[in-house]
Design a protein around this ligand. Structure first.
Ligand code: ATP
Ligand code: MG
Length: 133
């Protein structure tokens, strides 16, 4: 059993779809470990997206993710990272199939509703950044 970090982004909290997203994880057999709403600081956002710091859209991304509340969660399941990524769908909602979270709710590459850790090492790092050890 492994854990992953998932976070509803400001477009998702604004639209009131946190409950639906949590239901999807519950229905798929994930167990909720932690959850909280917060507004990310710029420092936290820059660290969270440090792998994209050289990209031309980096500042926009940091401004966007700090623009309103996010809803951070830790979920536990067999192959939690892989399974959650398949439920979330590809980065660009235009390429995401209906039935995935981004395919059902995403409106643009930026407003793509949700973040999910992309590997177990990053899941562990992100969990400790948001929830401590
Ligand atoms: P996330 O990390 O948010 O779960 P991801 O792993 O699918 O998404 P990453 O490559 O880690 O994608 O990019 C992080 C976020 O940066 C994306 O979710 C998206 O909001 C934004 N992003 C990625 N590529 C672009 C782009 N070409 N233009 C604008 N924003 C982008
Ligand atoms: Mg990512």
């Amino acid at each position: 059993v492994t854990q992953t970090f998932v976070m509803v982004k400001p477009d998702g909290t604004k639209r009131g779809i946190v409950g639906d997203i949590m239901s999807r994880f519950e229905h798929r057999g994930f167990k909720l470990i932690h959850a909280k709403q917060l507004v990310m600081s710029s420092a936290m956002a820059e660290q969270h997206y440090s792998h994209l710091s050289a990209k031309p859209f980096f500042q926009e991304l940091v401004d966007y993710i700090t623009s309103g509340p996010v809803f951070a969660m830790v979920w536990e399941a067999e192959n939690a990272v892989q399974l959650s990524r398949s439920m979330i769908g590809p980065t660009n909602p235009a390429e995401a199939s209906p039935g995935t979270i981004r395919g059902d709710y995403g409106t643009s590459v930026e407003a793509n509703v949700i973040h999910g850790s992309d590997c177990p090492e990053n899941a562990e790092r992100e969990i400790s950044v948001f929830f401590g050890q």
